[in-house]
Design a protein around this ligand. Structure first.
Ligand code: NAD
Ligand code: ZN
Length: 378
């Protein structure tokens, strides 16, 4: 079958690879109908990780089940399914509490809790930017979708970024009527903003510098804040009479940069501490990395950043972090889509064939005008 493999920094290629097979009795094989390129893939694409050459990429996957192992009883051949990016066993201490993103069994790498498809350090699993994908613990992990091809571009956001955006608002402790500040208008930030609107925010501010992304933020009923025009904290403070936001979401990650393009991994956390009121919450879904002496990025090399913890403490704020436990939210988010109350497909800018993956990666990575979210159709 054809699959997108990592070749080295800024290089991916579509190659012929062996089709996946049932390896454990609880596995299923899914024929992929849509698989997305994610901002998280860019950490690998830009050569910031130790991902091995030849790794099949892709953790935002959906499709139709073509085979199940003898231990799979709920899911059947022919079922249309969304595949959460987290691979979870369903029965460890963390899974039992709904923290599938920190499954204690799925990742054999010492010290790493939580596994994913096609990702550096997240276990030996192949990704789904391919024609077929092996899904471990299929009964537990797969979310069933209505048959057919309706809502394909909405449902494809259920494997990662819609639940991740929602999780950002949850980690921030968002309540109805809150004023919410979202930093980052990438796919994750935009879906955090969409989530905040659905959850009844009074006002949502979305900070970025990419004009096309800010325009999308405006289209979904939120207030765009262009950081290249003026300090985003001052802009939000001015518009709120100096009171700021009740809570905030970090949807940028360690590759945060200032308006000149220089990397400043502490910048967004500092801005959130300033803009969120005292006792308010901050949900961090943008990725920060532990110490890795081989990394190319300073934050990832040291595993630490000098952010303003003192002000965070003095303001009595709270913070939640980490990979999103997709299963905790995807059922309800699917139902909101079907009920017409959520439409995360507003993000989709490009629908490409698998063969066009290299172009998709290149343009999405450069944040070329209009390249907000790329879907691949194997
Ligand atoms: P993205 O890189 O397309 O979006 C990031 C956006 O942040 C860009 O539009 C960029 O212009 C903007 N930005 C940069 N510096 C900024 C600053 N100082 N202030 C405000 N905005 C700034 O990626 P994405 O797909 O939206 O993902 C965002 C982050 O979320 C990444 O770190 C990704 O790895 C992470 N992520 C986390 C999870 C999770 O489960 N926690 C899941 C998916 C993605
Ligand atoms: Zn993703």
């Amino acid at each position: 079958m054809k699959a997108v493999v990592y070749q080295g920094p800024r290089s991916v290629e579509v190659r012929d690879v062996p089709e996946p097979k049932i390896e454990e009795t609880t596995d299923a094989i899914v024929k992929i109908t849509t698989t997305n390129i994610c901002g998280s893939d860019l950490h690998m694409y830009e050569g910031r990780t130790n991902v091995e050459e030849g790794k099949i990429l892709g953790h935002e996957n959906m499709g139709v089940v073509t085979a199940v192992g003898p231990g799979v009883t709920r899911v059947k051949e022919g079922d249309r399914v969304s595949i959460p990016f987290n691979i979870a066993c369903g029965s460890c201490r963390n899974c039992e509490r709904g923290w599938t993103s920190f499954c204690l069994r799925a990742n054999p790498i010492e010290g790493m809790d939580g596994a994913a498809y096609g990702y550096a350090n997240m276990g030996p699993y192949d990704g789904g930017q391919a024609e077929y994908l092996r899904v471990p613990w299929a009964d537990f992990n797969l979310l069933d979708l209505p048959p057919g091809d309706e809502y394909e571009n909405d449902f494809t956001m259920l494997s990662d970024i819609f639940p991740t955006g929602w999780h950002g608002t949850e980690l921030a402790g968002m309540r109805e009527g809150d004023r919410v500040a979202v930093f980052g208008a990438g796919p994750v930030g935009l879906l955090a903003a969409h989530s905040a609107v659905i959850r009844g925010a009074s006002e949502v501010y979305v900070v970025d510098k990419e004009r096309d992304r800010l325009a999308m933020a405006e289209k979904i009923g939120t207030i765009p804040i262009d950081l290249s025009e003026a300090d985003p904290v001052e802009q939000i403070m001015d518009r709120t009479g100096g009171t700021g936001a009740d809570c905030g979401v970090e949807a940028v990650g360690y590759q945060a940069h200032d308006h000149t393009g220089e990397e400043h991994p502490e910048l967004v956390l500092d801005n959130l501490v300033k803009v969120v009121r005292s006792t308010g919450g901050i949900g961090v879904v943008g990725v920060y990395l532990p110490e890795d002496p081989g990394a190319v990025n300073e934050q990832a090399k040291q595993g630490r950043i000098a952010w303003d913890y003192g002000s965070f403490f003095m303001k009595g704020q709270h913070m939640g972090t980490g990979q999103a436990p997709v299963k905790r939210y995807n059922r309800q988010l699917r139902d909101l889509i079907v009920a017409g109350k959520a439409n995360p497909s507003f993000l989709v800018s490009h629908e490409l064939s698998l063969e066009q993956a290299a172009e998709g990666y290149e343009k999405f990575d450069r944040r070329d005008d209009g390249w907000t979210k790329v879907l691949l159709r194997p």
